[in-house]
Structure formats: structure tokens, C-alpha cells
Write a protein that binds this ligand. Structure first.
Ligand SMILES: Nc1ncnc2c1ncn2[C@@H]1O[C@H](COP(=O)(O)OP(=O)(O)O)[C@@H](O)[C@H]1O
Ligand SMILES: O=c1ccn([C@@H]2O[C@H](COP(=O)(O)OP(=O)(O)O)[C@@H](O)[C@H]2O)c(=O)[nH]1
Length: 228
């Protein structure tokens, strides 16, 4: 069995309303990839996107003393909504319920397993890392709206340089080692710690580049950052 795990950033599913055009392309690509070889399976863990941030921000405005765990539960609710949409899109290939606890769920039926958020303290990247480790994915593909991890946030710093290859130590220097609900980072620091401990390799790439995503799935040369 060849299982690939994708952490599908909420920024791709719901950047500002659902991106139906992107999801249509993603749907076709994953179906074509699975049709070509019956040994292939895909795990897709879905993030919260704009609804997670919008509702977390509303909670912060409504209650200045709101606790981080409460904000995280709001974010988790958004990941569940997005994940249910992805499961519905892959209804014939995804036969298990949406995974809400990556430690206890099995992947015995169907070709696609869809996961959502689990519990406070990290992002869906962490849940994807747990599933990748549990089901023996060699590589976790982290799909977001950026083509690489950069030397700084490319949306804030015009001089940010793309980094094509980095160690977990270098990533931690860049993103820190603590968790803030709703943070916008190329890879979650808590997930990075898990990935490092379990010697996972992660590719950060832009999910919108469908041809590039196909290259990654087929183990061909790709545009993106390899973290090891
Ligand atoms: N060093 C960095 N390299 C790349 N992106 C970064 C960096 N630091 C912060 N970011 C921000 O992280 C964002 C991606 O995270 P996020 O919005 O949570 O995406 P997703 O919903 O796809 O998980 C990028 O759009 C970028 O603005
Ligand atoms: O297991 C999880 C997954 C998500 N979240 C919360 O849900 C938000 C949205 O999830 P994520 O960051 O994965 O979404 P994305 O960045 O992909 O939009 C996070 O910021 C957390 O606040 C959480 O607490 N635990």
C-alpha cells in the first residue's frame, strides 16, 4: 500500500468563501491519481481557513478574556465544516467518517481518509503528522497558499527568500516553538516538534499549482520546500 498524507490548508478550501474552482481541480487530480494504481490511498486533513479566523476574531472582540482553548475549539469547528465538504466531494472514495481523533481512527475502508481538527493546542498540521506517522506515509505534503517556506513572511517582507531545503531546527528558528490559535505559518511549530521526533519529511508547496501537486504525488521534481 502506498499512502500519501496531505495537510490541505484552509486557505485553499475557504480563503474568503469556498473556492469551488480550486476544489474542482483538486477533486479531478486526486481521482486521476487514485485510478491509475489500486495500491494508492490518500489521507487529507483539512484546515479551518477564513471562517476559523473570522469566528475566533469575533470571540476575541466579544470577550477580551477569552481563553486560547476556547478559540481553538472555534477553529476546530471550522475544520470540521471544511472537512465534511471534502468528504462529500469524495463521497464514493471516502467511506470512513471524518477523523476527529487521529490516534484512534482506522483506515480500512475506501481510498481516501478525510481528517479534521482534534483538540486545542495545535493546528490541523499536527493531526496530519499524527496520521502520516500512524499509517506509514513517508512524506507529509503541506499544501498552502505559498510556494515555499521563505526566510520571512512573504506577505509582509518583499525581500523574503524562498528556502528549498531546510532542517527541522531551521524551521523552528523561523516559526518559534509555541502555539497561538489561528496563526498563519507555513507549518505549525507543535506539528514540527512531532515531525522531528518521528523523523517525518514534509514538503511545503502551493496547493493551487495542480501540476506541481501531481509531480509531488508521483515523486517527480517539484517546486516547494523539503523539511527534514
Ligand atoms: N516564513 C514564512 N514562509 C512562508 N509563509 C509564511 C512565513 N511566515 C508566515 N507565513 C504566512 O503563512 C501563511 C500560510 O499559513 P496559513 O494562512 O495558516 O495557511 P493554510 O490555511 O494554508 O494553512 C502564508 O500565506 C504566509 O503569509
Ligand atoms: O487539531 C486542531 C486543529 C485546529 N485547531 C484550531 O483550528 C484553527 C484552524 O485550523 P488550522 O490552523 O489547521 O487551519 P488553516 O491554517 O489550515 O486554515 C487553528 O488555528 C486552531 O485554533 C485546533 O485547535 N486543533
Amino acid at each position: 500500500m502506498n499512502i500519501k498524507t496531505l495537510s490541505l490548508g484552509g486557505s485553499l478550501v475557504s480563503p474568503d468563501g469556498v473556492d469551488v474552482e480550486f476544489l474542482g481541480k483538486f477533486n479531478r487530480l486526486i481521482r486521476e491519481y487514485l485510478e491509475k494504481d489500486t495500491q494508492r490511498k490518500v489521507i487529507i486533513v483539512v484546515g479551518g481557513g477564513a471562517p476559523a479566523r473570522e469566528y475566533q476574531q469575533a470571540a476575541r472582540t466579544l470577550r477580551s478574556d477569552v481563553h486560547n482553548d476556547e478559540l481553538d475549539w472555534i477553529g476546530i469547528a471550522a475544520t470540521k465544516l471544511n472537512a465534511q465538504l471534502i468528504k462529500t466531494m469524495f463521497y464514493d472514495l471516502c467511506l470512513e467518517p471524518v477523523v476527529q481523533n487521529p490516534e484512534i481512527d482506522a483506515f480500512s475502508q475506501g481510498r481516501i481518509l478525510v481528517g479534521a481538527g482534534w483538540k486545542p493546542g495545535f493546528s490541523s498540521d499536527y493531526d496530519a503528522a499524527v496520521l502520516a506517522h500512524r499509517f506509514g506515509s513517508e512524506i507529509l505534503v503541506n499544501l498552502s497558499n505559498i510556494s515555499y517556506v521563505y526566510s520571512a513572511d512573504p506577505q509582509k517582507d518583499a525581500n523574503a527568500r524562498p528556502l528549498k531545503n531546510m532542517t527541522w531546527g531551521e524551521l523552528t528558528e523561523l516559526v518559534g516553538d509555541s502555539w497561538t490559535p489561528g496563526s498563519n505559518l507555513p507549518f505549525d511549530p507543535i506539528a514540527a516538534k512531532f515531525a522531528r521526533e518521528h523523523t517525518l519529511r514534509v514538503i511545503v508547496a502551493n496547493g493551487k499549482n495542480i501540476e506541481n501537486l501531481e509531480s509531488i504525488l508521483l515523486d517527480k521534481p517539484y517546486e516547494g520546500t523539503l523539511i527534514h
